[in-house]
Design a protein around this ligand. Structure first.
Ligand code: MCA
Ligand code: AMP
Length: 497
């Protein structure tokens, strides 16, 4: 039987393209596909030397770097389970994810080594090593001394490749168990659908701790042998400078609004580009229109989730309709039961295996006939075109990052002087939605800036409300439920530019 390990597919591509450039970054670093294979092997040997065995989780919270890519590949190659964490997460947030996942190894930034070692000691985790923003650190040093041959571990397609945490509207964050087959099917489908070939060059500026930058971008580039121009973070001017050498870009809507804000961004800048893809948050029809007027390119919008990878996409050759997310991918099925609009349900080889050690939560999020319930409220037209019209889940998406109001409200409510709170998302010119909190006072309430500072101690920066408003009372309906729609109306102009 052939090896179901996703890395085994990459390995074949890397071998066939060994001499070609795979990743180039602005600082002059350049790796061929052969270098990727050797680097992944060295890191995999380092993981093994640190005691990592097939099925073990490896928690990774490091700044984006090419070394981080090698680590991702190595975890797959070693048959272990990759658990990436947003670099913005505070130690308090990371503790939960680590405790829940029970990894064999933590890879962190050197600045967090002492904290993570202490956490590791508390949880009985054997090894804590590091990689910094330049790709240096104890793990990198160790990998450099390792053999560059390593036999890719055999995995079945149903074995876990990744454990990606997503928060929920209620309760604790859940680890989505992603299999090798989930990743392989989704990446293969996208390569075909978006016509990605070795002749493409992908601008990669997304973080690689979430599905978009990690699985959608990296896996499709590796499977298709498309080289990447590498950016450790998104910077509109740097993207413009590199764009004439690229053909393909993937980004969240904020990338596109920031590019449009650059007067130097013209049709000429985009002359070699073949395809711009957007996802993770709604792309405003206005942005789509402005982009096409400026560059002549219709942005292709697609839709997905951590639990499912990509679900729908506009087509490569047909209309790319602003405001819609296109059609179910060829091997994916979607439905809305009952009246439209309704909650979209999805089935297919892309759908995850369930939530890590949470069979109850898994059952709740699947229908009895096995469809995953997305929580996105959609319409599906007669041709099968999907439009997202709302969310059944109380979720804010800010610059492509998910913020769950309940989590912020709980932290706010625990602050002295706060009576109760409601956290909402309102239109934001840069982030699409901006996080706003509305609170009532109980006794003496600290000034807005102090509340924001207090929240920043325990919550990732992107979750912290950009504004906090105080009211005498929160608006409630007859059932006593806070009327968030009313609050969103009231504070709609908060970030109006
Ligand atoms: C940074 N800040 C943010 C955000 N990012 N605040 C709210 N929302 C954000 N997304 C904070 C910073 O900490 C800083 O705070 C201030 O805002 C301004 O930072 P700035 O320098 O403008 O930010 P940046 O570093 O340029 O980052 C903006 C960004 C980044 C490039 C848009 O957020 C980003 O890379 N987003 C991509 C997210 C993504 O990959 N999502 C995919 C999820 P202060 O000034 O106070 O220090 S996967 C997914 O959703 C599914 C599966 C799918 O379909 O893809
Ligand atoms: P995550 O939990 O980070 O994987 O985020 C998944 C959620 O992002 C989906 O359930 C949608 O609500 C949202 N999302 C992803 N792509 C799009 C899109 N193109 N338009 C609107 N919402 C999107």
């Amino acid at each position: 039987m052939s090896n179901g390990n996703l890395y085994a597919r990459f390995e074949r591509v890397f071998a066939a393209n060994a001499g070609r450039a795979a990743i180039r970054s602005a600082d002059g670093t350049s790796l061929s596909f052969g270098d990727l294979a050797h680097g992944a092997a060295r890191y995999a040997n380092a993981l093994n030397a640190l005691g990592v065995e097939p099925g073990d989780r490896v928690t990774v919270q490091v700044e984006k770097s090419i070394a981080n890519v090698l680590l991702y590949l190595a975890v797959l190659k070693a048959g272990a389970v990759y658990q990436p964490l947003n670099t913005a997460y505070t130690t308090a947030e990371v503790s939960y994810f680590v405790e829940d996942a029970g990894p064999k190894l933590i890879v962190c930034d050197p600045a967090r080594q002492a904290e993570m070692r202490a956490l590791g000691d508390r949880l009985g985790i054997f090894a804590v090593v590091n990689i910094d923003a330049e790709g240096q650190g104890s793990l990198a040093t160790m990998a450099a001394t390792m053999d560059d041959r390593h036999e890719t571990v055999a995995r079945t397609e149903d074995d876990l490749a990744g454990l990606l945490y997503t928060s929920g509207t209620t309760g604790r964050s859940k680890g989505a168990m992603i299999t090798h087959a989930n990743l392989a099917s989704n990446a293969e489908t996208l390569v075909e659908l978006w016509r990605i070939t070795p002749g493409d060059t992908l601008l990669h500026a997304l973080p690689i701790f979430h599905v978009h930058g990690l699985y959608v971008a990296l896996n499709t580039a590796f499977l298709s042998a498309a080289p990447m121009l590498w950016f450790n973070r998104f910077d509109a001017k740097a993207m413009l400078a590199a764009m004439p050498e690229a053909t393909l870009m993937m980004g969240v809507p904020t990338f596109y609004t920031r590019l449009l804000a650059e007067p130097g961004f013209t049709k000429d800048t985009a002359r070699s580009m073949r395809l711009f893809i957007s996802g993770s948050a709604p792309l405003l029809a206005e942005t789509h229109g402005e982009f096409s007027a400026r560059t002549g390119h219709a942005i292709l919008e697609r839709y997905g989730m951590t639990e499912t990878g990509m679900i729908t996409s506009n087509t490569h050759d047909g209309d790319r309709m602003p405001g819609t997310v296109g059609f179910a991918l060829p091997d994916v099925s979607v439905r809305v039961r009952g009246e439209q609009p309704g909650v979209l349900e999805v089935k297919g080889p892309n759908v995850f295996k369930g939530y890590w050690r949470m069979p109850e939560k898994t059952r709740e999020d699947f229908t009895t006939d096995g469809w995953f319930i997305t929580g996105d409220v959609c319409t599906i037209d007669a041709q099968g075109r999907v439009t997202i019209v709302g969310r059944a889940k109380d979720l804010i998406i800010s610059g492509g990052f998910n913020v769950y109001p309940k989590e912020i409200e709980e932290v706010l409510d625990a602050l002295p002087g706060v009576g109760e709170s409601a956290v909402i998302g309102v239109p934001h010119p840069d982030f699409g939605e901006g996080v706003v909190a509305v609170v009532t006072a109980k006794g003496e309430l600290a000034p807005e800036a102090e509340i924001i500072a207090a929240l920043s101690g325990s919550l990732a920066k992107f979750k912290v409300p950009k504004r906090i408003f105080t009211v005498d009372e929160l608006p409630r309906n007859a059932m006593g439920k806070v009327q968030k729609a009313e609050l969103r109306r009231r504070y709609a102009e908060t970030f109006a530019s």
